[in-house]
Design a protein around this ligand. Structure first.
Ligand SMILES: Nc1ncnc2c1ncn2[C@@H]1O[C@H](COP(=O)(O)OP(=O)(O)OP(=O)(O)O)[C@@H](O)[C@H]1O
Ligand SMILES: [Mg+2]
Length: 242
């Protein structure tokens, strides 16, 4: 199986705060990896390093064949290969759903308007929002806006999708809508790394679960570790969530 994401002994410091303390894991093509752990354990930082939104201090980080530990790495092809979606969806309020989705393919890939519109229609259908093409973000629910944000990433036809707590701002019903879209993406074979507090989702969808604690991978394995954790700390973390 080919490796899409490879972290080898990653360290990252913010000032005197040593946030990532030797993080290593791999994600293979078509696999879903869920990163879980306490607030401040370094989950978002690890994810942001994978899109080079943060640079690493040491270690090796390969993403979609790009060597991100190399200070001279070309970010353009990386950004084409990797899509990232955050808790805050940050759609452009003055643009329609369709315009939000076609913007990057037009600007970054230089796609013709007609081609970008075709892709927009396809990705919006995928997230169940084809009928909202002409709507403005403020006319949509939070869950719908988040699904547009996912569609916007998909329109770039990424090889890897990163999700950071994308449902944290949503109520349970809207959370379900977004999780179903992500589940469908996983079923379609998209390689995904997601930071999540949704334990049921991690248990049902993730091929690999990574429990981070104090800037390290404290325990990792298949989703079975959520049913039968080996370490006391993961057991406590899971029971705190229940
Ligand atoms: N840009 C930054 N500058 C300085 N410190 C930062 C920065 N980003 C994160 N940190 C610090 O790094 C540590 C880890 O933060 P991170 O956001 O990765 O945690 P997290 O596991 O995602 O937490 P949460 O579950 O609350 O989102 C925290 O102590 C945080 O304050
Ligand atoms: Mg975070």
């Amino acid at each position: 199986m080919s490796v899409v994401v490879e972290l080898k002994n990653i360290h990252k410091t913010f000032g005197t705060n040593h946030v990532l303390r030797g993080v290593s894991f791999e994600v293979h093509r078509g696999q879903v990896a869920a990163i879980i752990g306490q607030s401040g354990s370094g989950k978002s930082t690890a994810l942001r390093c994978m899109d080079r939104l943060e640079t690493i201090d040491s270690g090796e980080l390969n993403v979609c064949g790009h060597a991100l530990h190399d200070p001279k790495v070309d970010l353009k092809p990386l950004r084409r290969d990797v899509g990232i979606v955050f808790q805050s969806y940050n759609l452009f309020p003055h643009l329609t759903v369709e315009q939000n989705v076609t913007l990057a393919p037009r600007a970054v890939k230089g796609m013709k308007a007609s081609e970008a519109q075709e892709i927009a229609a396809a990705v919006l259908a995928k997230v169940g929002l084809k009928e909202k093409m002409g709507a403005y973000p403020e006319q949509l629910s939070g869950g719908q806006q988040q699904r547009v944000a996912i569609a916007r990433s998909l329109a770039m036809e990424p090889k890897l999708m990163l999700f950071d707590e994308v449902t944290s701002a949503l109520d349970p019903q809207l959370t379900g809508e977004v999780l179903r879209v992500m589940e469908q993406l996983a079923a379609d074979g998209m390689t995904m790394v997601l930071v999540t507090h949704e334990m049921a989702f991690a248990r049902n969808v993730a091929h690999q679960v990574i429990y981070m604690r104090d800037g390290k991978v404290h325990e990792s394995g298949t989703a079975d570790i959520l049913r039968q954790p080996s370490t006391r700390e993961l057991a406590d973390f899971i029971s705190a969530d229940a």
